[in-house]
Design a protein around this ligand. Sequence first.
Ligand code: CTP
Ligand code: MG
Length: 171
Amino acid sequence: MDQLLDLLIFLIPIYVANSSPVVLGGGMPLDFGLKLPDGKRLLGDGKTIRGFIGGTLAGTVAGGIAAMIYPLPFFATPTLQFYAAFVLAFGTLLGDATGSFIKRRFGVGSGKPFFLDTITFLIVALLLVYPLVSLSLYDPLNLAFFVVLTLIIHPLTNFLANRAGLKNVPW
Ligand code: CTP
Ligand code: MG
């Protein structure tokens, strides 16, 4: 049970970073409207500068507070856990933007559902934090838990954000 709690606490910066841009975002798109030679946007209007910075900050603060209250066994020191909060939050937004880049190349419009939506952000966050964590984090059972929980939580929060009027579409 303790281990399960460790995994949930570890996910805090990722989930906060991924869910907060819907509230914090808006304004100038991250790609400044740039179109690639394929005629599609680099990232699209769904990825904004404010959302990227706001999401990274929110995830860092949430994970930073968690680091002060609850030291995780995956980190050699609480300081490393604190740095990791930033890396995980930033990785989440980077992965989210990477997902949009891939979607646009496949001709999928902004806001349309895509099978990678639920998972790109998690993959990039977990890759970026590699230098800061102990290898035990990447235990296949842990990874399976991360993936399954994210596949459940992501659609659920999108549905709730839609019902709360924060998002136009329920995905
Ligand atoms: N958002 C933002 N900036 C970001 C990420 C998200 O402003 N870097 C906001 C946008 O208002 C976006 C909403 O959060 O519409 C939901 O995010 P997401 O589902 O990731 O974007 P989509 O609109 O679905 O766009 P895409 O198809 O590119 O994923
Ligand atoms: Mg979306």
